[in-house]
Design a protein around this ligand. Structure first.
Ligand code: 5AD
Ligand code: SF4
Length: 473
């Protein structure tokens, strides 16, 4: 391998789609010989791939840029340059404002134009304007290097056992609290052929699981192999046919787009894992309407019932917002009631945070912070209790675990259960990337601990378990 000329430190905030985007930016930069490094000290380029969804996103970026100032100064004194680029959703939302407030930022690039990152950096190096927050006509995916291809950041290496693959971007739902339709733009789906070939590249590099990503992934409708538009269910069925692709997942879904064929896919595709992130946000119909969610709490209850009929062991995860403008105690009680009715395996919950430019930010009846804090605490206690109960029910059961990487202790590996729980197990490193039966013996706060059973245990020289082979139903 030739010696790389320059180094880049990429810091990623926010969701899995940003993780995917950061990897792709690393690939683009590798074309110019940039090698990723683990810290900003001494780097030639720092990319902050930002998130704008909640809290003081822009403020966080400005303080991070402030921390980079001495490093940039140090580089200048040493006769080198350190370029700073702000990418992602804050870049999209703030645009020129970023350079106006933080002149040490050299380049600003939105999520739809990062295939043009090298050109933007070149303009910056010449002292020209380097702000690209367009929604270009061309498809950025057509212009990005292929995963693991020659000259990319990860060329010649094995990839992750569980790989992210963005299939859909943007959102047309316009929930009144959310910035995504503004920062990521209108819904757009990648063609099936492009996705299948990217999935095959991941598999060739050692992936056994693919997590399909999209801001509203179940609204996916990409050009199919037969010329027509394919919904997500058909894409999943096609991906299921790839040899060696053992597991499929997708996130994040909107209840309105949970179509009959997608529900049926949970029944018909054994490789589609029994775990679904299905945000509901609130249990109050009044608040759901004000959020423009386009469904009621009972619609959601009925939907979950149908999903569980299709796949009885389906575990659910969700997102919740407390303290949306106008939320009363009664509205909040409805959210608690919905959570109690559904029973979540895992969930994320947030205090409502007004996002500039979104309709709800201007509502007069904002909820005071102490009320939001108290509601959030009560909701999180309930969700945590449900998660603990879900995990505790795994004790003594044997489940299929896809081993992903070495654990923290030597001799230990960590993998995932079908329900996305992290599972730690003593096992030899050469079985990373395989699915093995593991009997769960200890339930931790955030993960499970178990031991190998069956042939894998015999191979690794451990006591094999006679009565616990096979996955649970
Ligand atoms: N305030 C609080 N939470 C929000 N989310 C999105 N926008 C906001 C906001 N303005 C949450 C939603 C969404 C998750 C990704 O972030 O719950 O599903
Ligand atoms: Fe935001 Fe999701 Fe609503 Fe789209 S569906 S506007 S991404 S919360």
């Amino acid at each position: 391998m030739s010696e790389a000329k320059k180094t880049v430190f990429i810091k990623t905030y926010g969701c899995q789609m940003n993780v995917y985007d950061s990897d792709r930016m690393a690939d683009v930069l590798a074309r110019e010989g940039y090698r990723p490094v683990e810290s900003p000290e001494g780097a030639d380029l720092v990319v902050l791939n930002t998130c704008h969804i909640r809290e003081k996103a822009a403020e966080k970026v400005y303080s991070e840029v402030g921390r980079l100032k001495p490093l940039k100064e140090h580089a200048r004194k040493a006769g080198r340059t350190m370029q700073i680029a702000v990418a992602g959703c804050v870049a999209q939302a703030e645009g020129e404002e970023i350079v106006a407030r933080a002149p040490i930022v050299d380049a600003v690039i939105g999520p739809q134009s990062y295939h043009r990152l090298l050109a933007v950096l070149a303009r910056a190096a010449q002292g020209q304007s380097a702000i690209d927050t367009d929604f270009p006509d061309e498809d950025k995916f057509d212009h990005l290097p292929k995963i693991g291809g020659n000259g990319t950041a990860a060329a010649g290496q094995n990839g992750p056992v569980s790989a992210f693959l963005t299939v859909q971007e943007g959102c047309d739902k316009f929930c009144t609290f959310c910035v995504v339709p503004y920062t990521r733009g209108a819904e757009a789906s990648r063609p099936v052929e492009q996705i299948v070939s990217e999935a095959e590249r991941h598999i060739a590099r050692g992936a056994r699981e693919i997590m399909l990503l999209g801001q509203n992934v179940n609204a996916y409708h990409g050009a199919g192999l037969d010329g027509g538009d394919w919904p997500l269910a058909r894409l999943l069925a096609r991906l299921s046919d790839i040899p060696d692709l053992e597991r499929l997942r997708y996130t994040t879904s909107h209840p309105r787009d949970m179509s009959d064929d997608l529900i049926a896919a949970h029944r018909d595709l054994p490789r589609l894992m029994p775990y679904l992130h299905l945000p509901v946000q609130s249990g109050s119909d009044r608040i759901l309407a004000a959020m423009n969610r386009q469904h009621s709490a009972d619609d959601y209850r009925r939907l979950v019932e149908r999903l569980r009929q299709a796949r009885p062991d389906l575990a659910l995860s969700g997102d919740f917002i407390v303290g949306f403008p106008g939320e009363s105690d009664t509205d909040f009680d409805e959210t608690m009631r919905l959570v109690a009715d559904i029973g979540y395996a895992q969930a994320y919950s947030f205090k409502y945070s007004p996002r500039p430019g979104t309709p709800a930010a201007d509502a007069a009846d904002q909820v005071p912070d102490p009320v939001k804090a108290e509601r959030l605490q009560r909701l999180q206690e309930l969700l945590q209790a449900q998660q603990t109960a879900f995990n505790a029910a795994m004790h003594g059961r044997t489940m299929d675990v896809l081993l992903e990487k070495p654990g923290r202790r030597p001799g230990q590996l960590v993998g995932r259960s079908p329900w996305l729980q992290a599972v730690h197990v003593d096992a030899p490193a050469d079985i990373i990337g395989t699915i093995v039966p593991v009997r769960i013996e200890t339930i931790g706060a955030n993960s499970l601990f178990g031991s190998l059973t069956g042939p894998a245990a015999a191979r690794s020289g451990q006591a094999s378990d006679r009565d616990a082979i096979g996955a649970i139903a």
